[in-house]
Design a protein around this ligand. Structure first.
Ligand code: ADP
Ligand code: MG
Ligand code: ZN
Length: 705
């Protein structure tokens, strides 16, 4: 058998040797056993089932979510002289029938289908008439809700296999394998004592780096200009950012295309195809793009934002350099990315996994702050042992300029100690910076000897040093919604002057950060309105620096808003909620896709369980708005905002629930009196206890505005 396998490898595929893991997997399949192959992107998973497909008597059914790539794969197999075909939604019905007839006659060795096909009883019946020897499940992590690409239709695979007249061999493949996902694959596919083959995660040809540029857009532009004629992908967290970056680069004359789930599916397929065929050099996309992209010559993957965890990062970055040649993976970090990711987690329903998400996020943040080998960090995250301390192919290994930051570290550590270990990163940074916020006064921390001892640095730099100390094991951060800092034993040596701390030289951020400009602009517009209303110059309302701080840290509730520099108690009372709401809208509009645990429809269209719909689900269960807010840990006004939005989208909401009881007529009278062009005058003319939502709800209920 071994000789036959090698002969086939050479004759059909033209290779002399197997890549790591391939031979093992192929022998297991040929020995009639189930397998689960966990190999990195570019590891050569396809060959693991294509070669056995040639040798086995019947048909190999390949289930893959990647419709856009099926044609390519089938074309290249046909080119190798291996009869194969695919059936998916891109074909006309009579063509589907034609292919089905040929398949029933055992004319193909491989038949590719999308998982959604299996939902059709007719198709399942057809499969019963085909001699299937091997079922291959590609991108098998899609079966797990804990992976990042869950597809419900993958759950139809096991029932199908059980229905077949003779149980075929089952082979599953994926590049991602956390324990939980592996368990799910084995269990949900009902693999029979599978041979699990895990090859190393290392991708030697990838160069890793983390950058903290002041302006991400110009950084990317310069990078592209210095790497002319190279193909690359730039990932952004949100659709909006994709649009903005695309527009920016397009105006600068870069050959660029974009991809996100907000686009028509036909348009997405067209773009993807054009990119694969090198019609564009650079792709800007959300993580909706690229699962299993087989394009082998991608020379760089830049992350415009930090992803939610290392699994997601490594999978996306891993799309670079599948051909084994040098390629670069660059992550652009900014503190705002942390806030966005935290928001995304906060929105998830309360499950046991939610806490785990915070933990994974912190590991991702630490990746962005470690001064050590980035590759080692990643490989150890995936549980590899005995990884060499330096790889000589990442930014940190190439960076011989670690600087002594012992003094800064001592300042931070002693401040955490004095604060008693119950406060978060931003608040601690504010104390070190010497901010004059209400909460600092209340806690009396402005009396600490460490108050303001880092006032020469920008807040971002201080939070960076704190993150560095977490990464290096001097500080512990609790992993939950309100994480707080604690000193670890190792800190004592630093405080006593017995241990030095080294870090990456910190950069001085510039004031105007274009990266944040869309939020910055809308906050400025809000400030302009307020200022006009109150007849004040805008800077009296808030300084630019305060708006910038809001952009950096995205405060979402009273407490975090009060930690923003320049947000005193009076300012908060006057404007705080308005700005919290503006930031909330920004977060909502910039929704990440696909949300963790997103539900997929067929053909690659992710459907998000949007936050307001989660609120609606709870509302339908008869819960009060107060209870929903408490349970979801969102502020009351957000919950109300959600319901108003649902109402607008046509969901059945009883608007009376949003109107403060007993006040409906009072509000209605005022509206009749002064009109409803603007809400503020109405609000001011009414008793204080009536909130804006009551007014908005009345306007909607009577269809006035
Ligand atoms: P993935 O594991 O990501 O699905 P692929 O199956 O697409 O990877 O393979 C990645 C690349 O490796 C392809 O270009 C393929 O032709 C090549 N490849 C696969 N097996 C071998 C081999 N034994 N020797 C050399 N190249 C190989
Ligand atoms: Mg593949
Ligand atoms: Zn390294």
């Amino acid at each position: 058998m071994k000789a036959l396998i090698y002969k086939t490898l050479q004759e059909y595929f033209g290779y002399t040797d197997f890549k790591e893991g391939q031979e093992n997997i192929i022998s297991s399949i040929m020995g009639n056993g189930d397998v689960l192959g966990i190999m990195p992107t570019g590891g050569g998973k396809s060959l693991c089932y294509q070669l056995p497909a040639l040798l086995l008597p019947g048909v190999t059914l390949v289930i893959s979510p990647l419709i856009a790539l099926m044609k390519d794969q089938v074309d290249s197999l046909t080119d190798l002289g291996i009869p194969s075909t695919f059936i998916n939604s891109t074909l006309k019905q009579n063509e589907v029938e034609r292919r089905i007839t040929h398949a029933s006659n055992n004319e193909f060795k491989l038949l590719y289908i999308a998982p959604e096909r299996l939902e059709s009883q007719e198709f399942r019946d057809f499969l019963k008439s085909v001699p299937i020897s091997l079922v291959t499940v590609d991108e098998a992590h899609c079966i797990s809700q804990w992976g990042h690409d869950f597809r419900p239709s993958y759950l139809s695979i096991a029932p199908l296999i059980n229905q077949l007249p003779q149980r075929p061999i089952v082979a599953a493949f994926t590049a991602t394998a956390t324990k939980k996902v592996v368990q799910d694959i084995v269990h949900l596919l009902s693999l029979k004592e599978p041979e699990i083959v895990i090859t190393g995660y290392n991708r030697e040809n990838l160069h890793f780096s983390v950058e903290k540029p002041d302006n991400k857009h110009t950084f990317i532009l310069e990078y592209i200009e210095n790497h002319k004629d190279q193909t690359g992908i730039i990932y952004c967290t949100t659709k909006k950012e994709v649009d903005r970056l695309h527009e920016f680069l397009n105006l600068k004359g870069i050959s660029i295309c974009k991809y996100h789930a907000g686009m028509e599916s036909a348009e997405r397929n067209r773009i993807q195809e054009n990119f694969i065929y090198d019609k564009y050099e650079v792709m800007v996309a959300t993580n909706a793009f690229g699962m299993g992209i087989d394009k082998s010559n991608i020379r760089f993957v830049i992350h415009h934002n930090m992803p939610k965890n290392i699994e997601a990062y490594y999978q996306e970055a891993g799309r670079a350099g599948r051909d084994g040649l040098h390629a670069e993976c660059i992550l652009l970090y900014a503190p705002m990315d942390v806030r966005i990711q935290r928001f995304m987690i906060e929105k998830l329903p309360e499950t046991a996994e939610k806490a785990g998400e915070y933990e994974k996020l912190q590991e991702m943040i630490s990746y962005c702050h470690t001064p050590r080998c980035l590759r080692k960090y990643i490989l150890e995250y995936f549980g590899e042992k005995n990884v060499p301390a330096a790889c000589d192919n990442c930014k940190n290994c190439g960076n011989s300029h670690l600087v002594d930051i012992t003094i800064e570290a001592q300042k931070v550590l002693s401040c955490v100690k004095r604060m008693g270990g119950n406060f978060g990163i931003l608040f601690t940074a504010a104390v070190l910076k010497g901010s004059r916020t209400k909460r600092i006064k209340e806690t009396g921390f402005d009396k600490l000897s460490t108050y303001g001892i880092m006032s020469n640095l920008a807040t971002v730099q201080i939070t960076d040093i704190i993150q560095h100390l977490i990464t290096e094991g001097y500080l512990h951060i609790t992993k939950d919604k309100y994480p707080v800092l604690r000193l670890l034993n190792r800190a004592t040596a630093v405080l006593k002057g017995n241990e030095k701390v080294f870090g990456i030289a910190f950069q001085t951020p510039k004031e105007a950060e274009e990266t944040y400009s869309s939020l910055f602009e809308s906050l400025r517009a809000l400030r302009r309105d307020i200022a006009a209303n109150e007849n004040l110059p805008p800077y009296i309302v808030f300084h630019d620096s305060t708006l910038l701080e809001m952009c950096r840290h995205l405060p979402a509730d009273r407490q975090s808003m009060l930690e923003i520099e320049g947000m005193g108690r009076r300012k908060f009372e006057k404007y705080g909620e308005t700005f919290i709401q503006a930031i909330g809208r920004y977060i909502a509009e910039n929704n990440i896709e696909p949300a963790p645990g997103a539900i997929f429809k067929s053909d690659n269209t992710p459907v998000k369980a949007a936050s307001h719909l989660i609120t609606f689900e709870m509302y339908k269960l008869g819960k009060s708005i107060e209870n929903i807010a408490a349970e979801r840990e969102i502020i009351l006004s957000t919950a109300k905002d959600h319901l108003l939005r649902c109402w607008q989208e046509g969901y059945r909401i009883n608007l009376d629930d949003l109107i403060k009881s007993g006040y409906e007529n009072v509000i209605l009278d005022k509206i009749k009196e002064i009109g409803c062009e603007r809400l503020k005058p109405i609000k001011e003319a009414l008793p204080d206890e009536i909130d804006y939502f009551s007014i908005r709800a009345v306007i909607k209920k009577y269809n006035l505005g």
